[in-house]
Design a protein around this ligand. Structure first.
Ligand SMILES: [Zn+2]
Length: 310
């Protein structure tokens, strides 16, 4: 049997998975992300943890194909990270350092691109060689898979779906400094913002009044047939659906996978997005399938493992 490791580095924890190369998760665990001193301990901690695991499982290094790592930053195929917001790293040669520390071949990718790869390999996008994954969390992340490979780009920033400009009239700023980004309407915070704007517009009756509004309360209200909540969901669906239609005209995917915390709303969310997608999609893209992500928090480790096998 041959093995590989999939690593998902986040700001608070590092998720690690030991996989067979055919895609079974043999073991998974987490270690703390030590971000102090410019995150100098992060890679040594990971290396130590996986070498200990090999010893514990009595697996020879020669039976391991390598290590795939997803990092929350733009990263190119050379495995060099120029800056990170939440790991403390400035310039870091992640691939080279990890190979030196562990003695194992290493490949590095952006975490959102890697998560898309995970859904393609073992999740909702299984068997799809052309796929877009959009992750709706605090922000909007994305990964675009073309012919089985993530679109990385010249700056390692390919697939930054959240910063497509969807509204030229917007005056409020996105976290990136621009205005009108998809993230301002389709993330958990974006949906809350749309809801608050809609509720302030008039005094139409809604179960959303008198409670703290969130993406979850909005979609719960949609399920309870609340008319105002449905308007908010429709607006969200327009932004995300039209953004996906634009992307489909470029990448021509067979499936669009929707994941992240907001996607817990379930099929109802897909309905709003798919309807608006169909309204704007180029005729050749209209049949693109919409599916909910299935791997949850494991998408990152699965995709990272796939990175080293590709
Ligand atoms: Zn932005």
């Amino acid at each position: 049997m041959r093995y590989c490791f999939g690593i998902d580095i986040g700001g608070t924890t590092v998720k690690i998975g030991l996989f067979s190369i055919s895609g079974e998760i043999i073991d998974k665990w987490e270690i703390k992300t030590h971000t102090e001193n410019q995150g100098e301990r992060i890679l040594p901690d990971i290396s130590e943890s996986i070498l200990n695991k090999l010893e514990e499982k009595k697996i020879l290094k020669s039976d391991v194909n390598g290590i795939g790592i997803g990092v929350p930053a733009p990263v190119k195929a050379d495995g060099i990270v120029k800056n990170t917001v939440n790991l403390g790293w400035k310039y870091k040669e992640v691939k080279r350092e990890m190979e030196e520390l562990s003695g194992l071949r290493t490949e590095v990718g952006n975490d959102a691109n890697v998560a898309a790869l995970g859904e393609m390999w073992l999740g909702a996008g299984k068997g799809q060689e052309n796929m877009i994954m959009v992750t709706l969390g605090t922000g909007v992340g994305g990964g675009i898979i073309v012919d089985g490979k993530p679109l990385v780009g010249a700056h390692g920033a390919g697939g930054e779906i959240g910063h497509l400009c969807m509204n030229y009239e917007e005056t409020e700023k996105c976290g990136c400094g621009n205005t009108g980004c998809l993230e301002q309407y389709a993330s958990a915070t974006g949906i809350t913002r749309l809801a608050n704007i809609r509720l302030a517009k008039d005094d139409a009756k809604s179960v959303l009044r008198g409670q703290e509004v969130s993406a979850k309360t909005v979609f719960d209200a949609v399920k309870a047939e609340d008319a105002v909540a449905k308007e908010i969901a429709e607006e969200f669906g327009k932004y995300l659906g039209h953004a996906m239609a634009n992307l489909a005209a470029v990448a021509d995917p067979s499936a669009i996978v929707i994941g992240g915390g907001v996607s817990k709303a379930g099929e109802v969310l897909i309905e709003y997005v798919e309807k608006n997608f169909k309204e704007r999609a180029f005729f050749a893209n209209k049949d693109t399938e919409f599916v909910l992500a299935t791997l949850g928090n494991d998408a990152g480790i699965c995709g990272a493992a796939k990175l080293i096998l590709s």
